[in-house]
Design a protein around this ligand. Structure first.
Ligand SMILES: C[S@@+](CC[C@H](N)C(=O)[O-])C[C@H]1O[C@@H](n2cnc3c(N)ncnc32)[C@H](O)[C@@H]1O
Length: 441
């Protein structure tokens, strides 16, 4: 194997023919069975590792290889970081077409396991009974029963075990995606890493409050950190863990998390960064990169639940956050209030529509921070940003390919890309986060 592809599959060659192999690592010599053969490349599965890569390690998780979650546990962590840094560098060279952008050494995660503050498990029916777990790799119709997940904390594993036992003991019917019958759909767990408060959110197809209420008593008596037990009802076919109505079974309707000196209220359906400790590092970097002196106006594009806006609000005159999801805007406003922050305005709508409106109203900003979804900027949003012409742009990205595309556009539009900082938010997964700082020429 020569390399790892974007999604973490090994890339090798047999007589010049390129083959993608799940689980293959650079430096491995493998015997592979071809499962798909196209004219330019094929796919294969490992039959034997004839000579392992120097970076191959034993994966600690018993579900590794079958679970769709962590695909790179068998790659030593320093090698995972090298892979991620290389992906960022490759994208900048291939896609951005901006020469000589300094790429800072990648920042590894402070915790390699137990780092997630949110997990979403699917409840499914299997031959042996009810399973509560994660989808198998590339098999969205199959759910693996997960007794203990290593990327969540012991408290969350305790809640998972209690909920699983309760579902089985009570013989609660499991929702069937085909027929639309049955009750239990998802079990979502959240935890404030800094506050220790935990949330259990059971997503069902119907509001069977009396059937689920005893779960709240059980969890509260057996797992002391349980601060919130919620029932979300999703009667629709769409297989999502977001309900149309919510019932509070015990405690508060939210948990709290502390980050960067602020306290955030997180409800069942709120977005919040899923790796608290590394998000805090990322946001500190954002804060430093903005170099605010107190007099600036900042626009936070794709502001989500407002974490970046609220953290920057302490260091500037005013912040405008733009976010399409109404629920996230509500959360951002609530969090501003809870933290006594009065210089943030959150606007709902798409950046490509709202940013031109702000400019038309005469709003100007010295600094823009952007944290778009994987697709990056819409061309109209990028044009509006160029029209606004802030002195500095700090771009946070979870997709190096769209980051590189947008940096290329901004570089052609009069910005210098000063540096790019890769950072690992999700050890053992192929996800790559990066931050770029640009200044107007
Ligand atoms: C990576 S998240 C940003 C999270 C944010 N920094 C936080 O910490 O809460 C991207 C956000 O962009 C929002 N979004 C997606 N498309 C959008 C668009 N066209 N206009 C505005 N917001 C959008 C999503 O709803 C999501 O909240």
């Amino acid at each position: 194997m020569d390399d790892l592809a974007f999604g973490g599959e090994g890339v090798g060659r047999a007589d010049g023919y390129v083959v993608f192999v799940r689980g293959g690592l650079p430096g491995d010599r493998l015997r592979v069975r071809l499962t798909e053969a196209r004219s330019r490349f094929g796919r294969g599965v490992i039959e034997a590792v004839e000579a392992p890569s120097r970076d191959r390690v034993g994966a600690p998780c018993p579900y590794f290889g079958r679970c769709g979650g962590c695909r790179l546990q068998h790659l030593d962590y320093p090698a995972q970081l090298r892979f991620k840094a290389k992906q960022v560098a490759d994208c900048l060279t291939r896609i951005a077409g901006v020469a000589d952008v300094p790429i800072r050494p990648i920042i590894g995660a402070p915790e390699l396991y137990g780092y997630r503050n949110k997990m979403e498990f699917t409840v499914a029916r299997a031959a042996g009974g009810t399973v509560v777990g994660l989808h198998e790799a590339d098999r969205y119709d199959r759910v693996l029963d997960i007794e203990r997940c290593l990327i969540q904390s012991d408290v969350m594993n305790g809640l998972l075990a209690e909920a699983r036992a309760f579902f089985a003991e009570r013989k609660l019917p499991v929702y069937d995606q085909e027929s639309g019958e049955g009750l239990l759909r998802f079990l979502m767990l959240r935890e404030g890493k800094r506050t220790g408060e935990a949330m259990v959110n059971v997503v069902t197809s119907a509001p069977q409050v009396s059937e689920l209420a005893p779960l709240a008593d059980r969890l509260r008596s057996r797992v002391g950190q349980t601060a919130s037990v919620i029932l979300n009802v999703n009667p629709k076919k769409a297989s999502v863990a977001v309900g149309v109505e919510e019932h509070l079974l015990a405690g508060r309707d939210h948990i709290r998390e502390a980050l960067g000196g602020l306290v955030f209220q997180i409800s069942a359906n709120s977005f919040f960064q899923t790796n608290t400790l590394q998000a805090e590092r990322l946001f500190t970097l954002v804060e430093e990169s903005t170099e605010l002196t107190g007099s600036e106006t900042v626009i936070d594009l794709y502001s989500g639940t407002g974490a970046i806006s609220l953290l920057l609000a302490r260091r500037c005159r005013a912040v405008y956050g733009i976010e399409v999801a109404l629920a996230a805007v509500d959360d951002a406003q609530r969090n501003a209030k809870a933290n006594g922050i009065e210089n943030c305005t959150f606007l709902s709508g798409e950046v490509r529509g709202v940013l031109p409106q702000l400019i038309a109203r005469g709003v100007r900003a010295e600094v823009v921070v952007a944290d778009p979804p994987r697709a990056g900027f819409h061309p109209k949003a990028l044009r509006a940003l160029a029209l606004l012409g802030p002195e500095r742009i700090v771009y946070v990205s979870c997709n190096p390919a769209t980051l590189a595309r947008d940096l290329g556009e901004l570089a052609r539009g009069g910005y210098r890309v000063e540096w790019v900082q890769p950072l690992d938010m999700f050890p053992h997964t192929p996800h790559i986060e990066a931050l770029a700082r640009l200044s107007r020429l």
